[in-house]
Ligand binder design. Structure first.
Ligand SMILES: *Cc1c(COP(=O)(O)O)cnc(C)c1O
Length: 375
């Protein structure tokens, strides 16, 4: 699904030098490389504070820990997402309220969220799934009206631009109170291990996030709140600082592949290619199609036989996972989420794909439908 080796080969000299610099400096924890990357990412995102941490799940957890929520408070989260988004809500003894998504964008909307707001709702966690920003303007309006915190799970859409109705543009993850991201190797901005970060424009919140991520420490050996130990390694920060320079180029490469697939499948009636919204650029963390004739699993096996990997993100709605059973009644259903879980299939998309590989994958998909049409 990704080619991390090919990507590394192209920037090997820069990466190796950056890594060796950290090793010879021995500043492995909170070294200058971390601060440098933090500053460069703040500039790239045009956000006041970037707070690095150990991974994207920690980023979500620390964000929730910094909002002063109380046991049983409700946090609204889409049901069609990676488990991490909702897992941390349960972990902190908060109540995840799992909601529907839009069937074209795969993201939740203000309209959907509004219907699930109760007096106990305290926060919303929209997820910018597969690389496209949720429609944040109405979500922020709704949050303002109802006094709700907004945490954007931006693990899949770093670099995506969201356009407001007055044409103002902001980077995904910098619109809510806090944005979170992951630097897992296969993410659009990936390091060579685990990493994550939080973003905010609020000085007070930034101080709180930093404190919680560092054992709740106010000054050395004084601890104001219960926190965690969550840091981005200096070596990972040095790698990310190199890769950040290429992030826009990488997004462009991903868009070219998406365009190719779009064209290749334009006439295949059974496939709905990704729907692109006018108010957000797409950074194509995944190229996710909907297979509308009920043959998704067959197509996946057929592609596997031809050596083409294709993955299902995500096969099961969160509320159907055993881990989340206690939060919903037995007859709880979200029809669009369930439909998507049965239809979605993601094709390989990364920065190092050449024409012949693209052709091979596209033809394999096309041939499945052509073969089927004959019978
Ligand atoms: C990857 C991901 C996370 C978690 O990131 P980790 O760094 O693996 O902890 C959270 N949310 C979403 C939507 C993700 O894709």
């Amino acid at each position: 699904m990704v080619d991390l080796k090919g990507q590394y080969e192209k920037i090997k000299n820069e990466i190796d030098e950056a890594v060796l610099d950290v090793i010879s400096s021995t500043a492995f924890i909170n070294g200058p490389a971390v601060k440098r990357f933090q500053n460069n990412l703040e500039e790239y995102l045009d956000v006041k504070h970037v707070i690095p941490c150990a991974n994207g799940t920690d980023a979500l957890q620390i964000a929730l820990m910094s909002l002063g929520l109380e046991q049983g408070d409700e946090v609204i989260v889409p049901s069609f997402t990676y488990v991490a988004t909702a897992e941390v809500i349960g972990l902190l003894k908060l109540q995840p309220v799992m909601v529907e998504v839009d069937e074209n964008t795969f993201n939740t909307t203000a309209e959907i969220i509004e219907a699930s707001i109760t007096p106990k709702t305290k926060a919303i966690v929209p997820v910018h799934l597969f690389g496209q920003c949720s429609d944040m303007e109405p979500i922020m309006e709704l949050a303002g009206k109802n006094n709700l915190h907004v945490i954007e799970d931006n693990a899949q859409a770093i670099g995506s631009d969201y356009k407001f109705s007055d044409e103002t543009i902001k980077k995904a993850g910098t619109i809510g109170d806090i944005g979170t991201t992951s630097f897992f190797p296969a993410k659009n901005l990936g390091c060579y291990g685990d990493g994550g970060a939080m973003f905010t424009n609020d000085d007070e919140l930034a101080a709180k996030l930093r404190m919680v991520a560092n054992h709740g420490q106010t000054k050395k050996y004084y601890h104001g709140v219960i926190g965690v130990n969550s840091r981005l390694d200096s070596i990972q920060a040095a790698i990310l600082d190199v890769k950040l320079k290429y992030l826009d180029e990488y997004a462009l490469a991903r868009n070219k592949i998406a365009n190719y697939y779009d064209e290749a499948f334009a006439n295949v009636e059974e496939i709905q290619t990704p729907v692109r919204e006018d108010n957000s650029t797409h950074v194509f963390h995944q190229y996710t199609m909907r297979i509308r004739n009920g043959k998704r699993n067959e197509l996946q096996s057929y592609l596997a036989e031809k050596g083409v990997p294709a993955n299902i993100y995500y096969p099961v709605p969160l509320y159907e996972q055993d881990a989340f059973k206690e939060y919903v009644s037995d007859d709880f259903h979200l029809p669009i989420t369930e439909k998507l879980c049965g239809q979605v299939l993601s094709l390989p998309i990364h920065t190092e794909m050449n024409k012949s590989l693209l052709q091979h994958i596209s033809r394999a998909v096309q041939s499945f439908f052509t073969v089927k049409l004959k019978f």
